[in-house]
Unconditional design. Structure first.
Length: 125
């Protein structure tokens, strides 16, 4: 089971360099993929910034029918204080890490900051 990082979806939505690899990953694992509420909001912020509101609406329709959205329960925010010493994790990475840790998921990402994380599995696309 995977927590797909924001960059996996944005790579496809913005038709970037590794779009095909990300599409293949999602297609091959759609029944094992989750997205965090933080990723969903971040994607919305970015697509609205690029004046791609309609693309976000399409994305929401697709996501809600196929992928479960996870949010970090209040009690799980302790990960933020107990993991703050992890190297090179900014807030969004730390949130993804915390969701993955709490729900016992592997993170699927293209973010090299996760290379130093050793206590959960990371799948690099």
């Amino acid at each position: 089971m995977y927590l797909a990082d924001t960059n996996i979806f944005l790579e496809i939505l913005l038709d970037q360099e590794k779009s095909s690899e990300c599409k293949e990953f999602l297609e091959n694992n759609y029944d094992k993929i989750f997205i965090s509420d933080f990723s969903l909001h971040s994607i919305g912020v970015i697509l609205f910034r690029y004046k791609k509101k309609e693309l976000f609406e399409e994305f929401i329709k697709d996501i809600l029918s196929e992928i479960k959205i996870l949010n970090l329960p209040s009690k799980a925010y302790e990960f933020f204080t107990t993991t703050a010493d992890l190297p090179n994790l900014d807030f969004d990475d730390l949130y993804q890490y915390s969701v993955a840790k709490y729900f016992e998921l592997e993170i699927a990402t293209m973010d090299s900051d996760f290379k130093k994380v050793t206590d959960i599995r990371i799948k690099f696309i």
